[in-house]
Design a protein around this ligand. Structure first.
Ligand code: FAD
Length: 620
């Protein structure tokens, strides 16, 4: 057929293939079922589905869709069709394939397989563009690295951004030292256990600090707004699989790992870095930078004992990657002392709402809810994602007309999860959510947060670019006081929050292990935040009847949704605009919001820095 020449090979990507939930083998099956073949046959107008060979198709994405606008709940698939394989096994398919037309968002032709590889395989297999030989490095970035040795790079922080920066730089031949103030996952798990049982908060080893960063004891949602099909995200996801994540994260529409899968993955990641020659120092906080002539020359660590043979807390490096996350407030202060360019950034604050999971299942799935069976059933435990815009809620101050309309959204929803303490200082109280891979707990929790920006930080402007940090701290301290101490969380029935009254009857049970105390959460935040939350909850209930339930409990406070500041850096080199040799990355630097985007940012910084150190000459 005219126009079909050259399409005897390559791939067709078929999207939006719908299989009714009652016919599908279920959420954990990522193979090719007969109902899926029927949907494929319909898409390519092939008359007999059973004649299509399974081997010619690969499921790329599978999502569960129970939106009320649909006739019935369905699984929606994206499938790649390998033309050559299909024609080898069923030559009669050519008549249909030759007529296939690309259709926006539904059918797309790809001449070659467009698949990003995992980073380890990619960096090991191809030597193109790499230069691991000492002695032939130029120093076009003005670096002071002598040419007769490998460049020495310090990476501060072992969260996703620090780990991926270390991986890329280690693979490309830099001498990398990864410094982490917290503990390796084994000890960190024990510290978190002691927090839950004995109320002992280790200030350096907790839900925010330690190996794997803030997202280790989390729901491990692997969703991102930077586009899941981008090369960067695909490379990171495949690297997770390389280190032991289940393959279905590559296919799930809403992939998540859960803490039980994240911990062994991180252990494998650590062993691989060790094999590459990356030195990893846990329990080692970086307290200062050594700066000379406007350039970072090294770091100062918390304890020289941990640095055998150095005899000093000062260690020299050619470049420093700063991947400290959004809770390293002491590190932010230190950067300010060095006049590093920092500016306040918008983020969001609010409360965490918790419902019985069964209630959310029945709101979202109606009669299909019975099939959830605590994560063991055919369909996934129900979640939700809400964004509302509210207006006429009063401004933070008189100058603030633009902020009269604010957005309120659900954040870090954890189906089948639990509410956890994310404080790093015992005088402050903030929370978040986590879950295990099966999402089998009886609760569904999610933050409901309202956007706040520099205008709102005005009362704290004496703190300069760290005003947003003080804004967070103010509400974390209020929450600690309202809870009465000992990490008890202030809580309120959502129905009482809407009516501005204290919950006087016994509160519904909470998944939060350290206890909740009935409190006037409607008085914790300024009215512009409280009113935005109240209006949004009423709107959400219209969309999800039953959401505003006396069984739902609000917990305070959720303040660390993302970084309250941004550290300026050059777009291409990732180097700080104010301090040479410093490479701020990830969420703490204001360039990411979540595990995936932080990992991608760290990865690209690794490549950019390797390029400047002449370890890598390829395209990024
Ligand atoms: P971080 O992960 O914060 O890592 C920074 C690391 O630097 C920490 O390990 C810290 O100990 C270390 N550090 C800080 N200062 C120093 C210093 N001075 N010296 C040495 N080391 C230092 N995101 C998702 O995408 N999905 C989720 O399901 C999800 N759930 C979450 C649940 C919880 C409870 C929390 C707290 C966060 C969750 N997040 C989730 C957010 C996610 O964890 C972060 O966006 C991500 O970890 C940011 O990565 P990062 O590398 O930029 O920083």
């Amino acid at each position: 057929l005219e126009g079909s020449e050259g399409r005897e090979s390559g791939y067709w990507r078929l999207s939006r293939l719908a299989v009714p939930a009652r016919e599908d083998p279920g959420k954990d099956f990522t193979g090719i079922s007969l109902p899926l073949l029927q949907a494929i046959a319909k898409a390519i107008k092939f008359p007999v589905a059973s004649m299509l060979p399974d081997e010619a198709f690969t499921v790329i994405r599978k999502s569960f869709d129970a939106r009320k606008v649909l006739k019935e709940p369905q699984f929606t698939y994206t499938v790649d069709m390998d033309v050559k394989k299909l024609l080898d096994m069923e030559p009669r398919a050519w008549d249909f394939i030759a007529r296939l037309e690309p259709k926006l968002g539904a059918v797309e032709y790809m001449p070659e397989e467009k698949l990003a590889s995992d980073l380890v395989s990619m960096l090991n297999v191809s030597n193109k563009g790499y230069n691991n030989e000492p002695g032939i490095r130029d120093t076009h970035n003005g670096s002071v690295c002598p040419q007769d040795r490998k460049p020495r790079v310090a990476v501060i922080g072992s969260g996703p951004s620090g780990l991926f920066a270390s991986l890329v730089l280690g693979e490309l031949g830099a001498e990398v030292t990864l410094l982490e103030r917290g503990q390796p996952v084994e000890q960190r798990g024990r510290d978190i256990g002691a927090l839950a049982v004995r109320r002992i908060l280790q200030t350096e080893s907790n839900f925010c600090f330690g190996e794997g960063g803030a997202g280790t004891w989390s729901d491990g949602k692997l969703v991102t707004r930077i586009g899941k099909n981008t090369d960067g995200v695909q490379a990171v996801m495949k690297t997770f699989v390389h280190f032991g994540a289940p393959r279905n994260i590559l296919v799930d529409g809403k992939p998540h790992l859960g803490t039980d899968k994240l911990v062994p993955l991180l252990r494998n990641f650590r062993h691989h870095l060790g094999d590459l020659g990356v030195t990893i120092r846990f329990n080692t906080r970086v307290d200062d930078l050594v700066v000379e002539d406007g350039r970072v020359k090294g770091i100062v660590v918390s304890d020289s004992e941990l640095w055998p043979g150095s005899g000093s807390q000062k260690i020299s490096f050619d470049a420093v990657v700063l991947a400290v996350g959004h809770s390293a407030r002491d590190t932010y202060n230190m950067l300010r002392q060095h006049n590093v360019d920092i500016s306040p950034k918008s983020f969001a604050v609010g409360l965490r709402i918790e419902h019985p999971q069964e209630l959310i299942n029945s709101i979202q799935y109606s009669e299909l809810a019975a099939e959830v069976q605590k994560g063991r059933g055919r369909i996934p435990v129900a979640d939700y994602k809400i964004v509302k815009s509210v207006s006429d809620i009063g401004a933070a101050n008189e100058l603030d007309n633009a902020e009269k309309s604010r957005s309120c959204y659900s954040f870090c929803m954890c189906p089948g999860g639990q509410v956890v303490l994310t404080s790093t200082d015992p005088s402050e109280l903030c929370i978040n959510g986590m879950s295990f891979s099966r999402r089998a707990s009886k609760w569904a929790n999610s933050a409901l947060v309202v956007t706040v920006s520099a205008h709102d930080f005005k009362p704290f402007e004496s703190h300069g670019p760290l005003a947003g940090v003080e804004f967070q701290r103010e509400f974390e301290r209020r929450a600690a006081t309202m809870g009465g101490g000992n990490f008890v969380v202030p809580a309120q029935r959502v129905t009482d929050f809407i009516s501005n009254r204290l919950s006087v009857t016994t509160l519904p049970p909470s998944s939060y292990r350290l206890g909740v105390r009935p409190s006037k959460l409607h008085e914790l935040f300024p009215p512009y935040i409280t009113e935005a939350l109240q209006q949004s909850i009423i709107m959400i209930d219209r969309e999800m009847p039953g959401f505003l339930s006396s069984e739902a409990l609000l917990h305070g406070v959720e303040t660390r949704t993302s970084s309250p500041l941004q550290i300026s850096r050059h777009g291409e080199t990732y180097e700080s605009t104010s301090l040479r040799g410093l490479y701020p990355v990830g969420e703490g630097a204001g360039y990411a919001g979540g595990i995936l985007s932080a990992a991608v940012d760290g990865m690209y910084c690794g490549f950019a820095l390797a390029k400047q150190l002449s370890l890598f000459h390829g395209d990024i």
